[in-house]
Every structure is written in structure tokens, then in C-alpha cells.
Design a protein around this ligand. Structure first.
Ligand code: ADP
Ligand code: MG
Length: 148
């Protein structure tokens, strides 16, 4: 199966749920397992939350953009903001690193995204914004288990 979509929304925290649900609907035709759905939702949630909170400081006007392509059992997705950008991507991706400790951020977002995706890359520059790219391949469902 091939499919493609884009989704844009303003940077308010409520739109994390919109993105998570829309993206979950988008992968439903791939018959993901419950575990795969849960992992995928978590990746989307962490990436979108970062764009809203860190990229745009929840400004309510700037747009977060998601682009996703399904090719066979694989989804390739980008979550993009044109906001603050990341000073040092390598440091930002270290476990427990956060620039917002007062907001009780855990600093584990990138670590979690990396562990639940097959491939994750981050491109960012200060003042220009951030693009998070990831891929995840879902296990093909056999005809037998599909009929259960
Ligand atoms: N889209 C983004 N724009 C600007 N900075 C970001 C973005 N995403 C992540 N960061 C930076 O990377 C750090 C680590 O992100 P993450 O691992 O998700 O931890 P947390 O969100 O809990 O701080 C953030 O504290 C922030 O400084
Ligand atoms: Mg985060």
C-alpha cells in the first residue's frame, strides 16, 4: 500500500492529541499490533510536543507541520517547526538532557523516539527551526491472524 499526507496546526499543547490521533488513523490500514501502535503514538507525541513547547514556546500562531508517507509496511515521517532551533543536536539527544527542567521535562524524548523507531535523524539550526525524521516498519500481518 502507498499513501501520503500532510497535517499542519498551530503550536498549542492541545494539538498534540490531534496529531497523535490523526497519525494513528493514518497507520491503521497497515494492521499494526497494539504494541506497534503504542510505540508509534509515543514517537509522534514526543516529536510534536517538542515542536510545540521547545520550537515555538506554545505561541499559538506558528505552524507545526507533519508529512508522512506509507510505502508497503513502512512509514516515513517528518515533524517540522520553523522555530527556535537546537543549539547542539548531539547534546540534545543525550538521555536526560533538557533545557526546560523547571517544566518537569524528563529529557528522555529523543531517547524514547530513537528506541521506538527504526531510524531517527534530527536537523536543526538556531533561529531556523528543526526537522525530526523517522521511519518505522510494521510487521506484516498473516492472513490467519487477521481472521482471528
Ligand atoms: N523542536 C525543537 N526545537 C527546539 N529545541 C528542541 C526541539 N526538540 C528538542 N529540543 C531540545 O532538545 C532537548 C531534549 O529534548 P527531549 O529529549 O525531548 O527532552 P525534553 O522535551 O524532556 O526536554 C529539549 O530540552 C530542547 O532543548
Ligand atoms: Mg521532549
Amino acid at each position: 500500500m502507498k499513501n501520503e499526507m500532510t497535517l499542519s496546526f498551530v503550536a498549542i499543547e492541545e494539538n498534540e492529541a490531534l496529531a497523535r490521533m490523526a497519525m494513528t488513523c493514518f497507520i491503521t490500514p497497515l494492521d499494526p499490533t497494539l504494541e506497534e501502535i503504542s510505540e508509534f503514538k509515543t514517537i509522534v507525541s514526543e516529536a510534536v510536543t517538542n515542536a510545540i513547547i521547545h520550537g515555538y514556546d506554545c505561541d499559538g500562531v506558528s505552524m507545526v507541520k507533519i508529512h508522512a508517507v506509507i510505502d508497503d509496511h513502512k512509514i516515513s515521517m517528518t515533524v517540522q517547526d520553523e522555530g527556535n532551533g537546537i543549539f547542539d543536536v548531539e547534546q540534545a539527544m543525550e538521555p536526560m538532557f533538557t533545557t526546560k527542567p523547571l517544566m518537569e521535562r524528563s529529557g528522555m524524548g529523543f531517547t524514547i523516539m530513537e528506541s521506538f523507531s527504526d531510524h531517527l535523524s534530527v536537523e536543526s539550526s538556531i533561529g531556523n527551526g528543526t526537522i525530526v525524521r523517522f521511519e518505522k516498519t510494521f510487521s506484516p500481518v498473516s492472513e490467519v491472524s487477521r481472521m482471528r
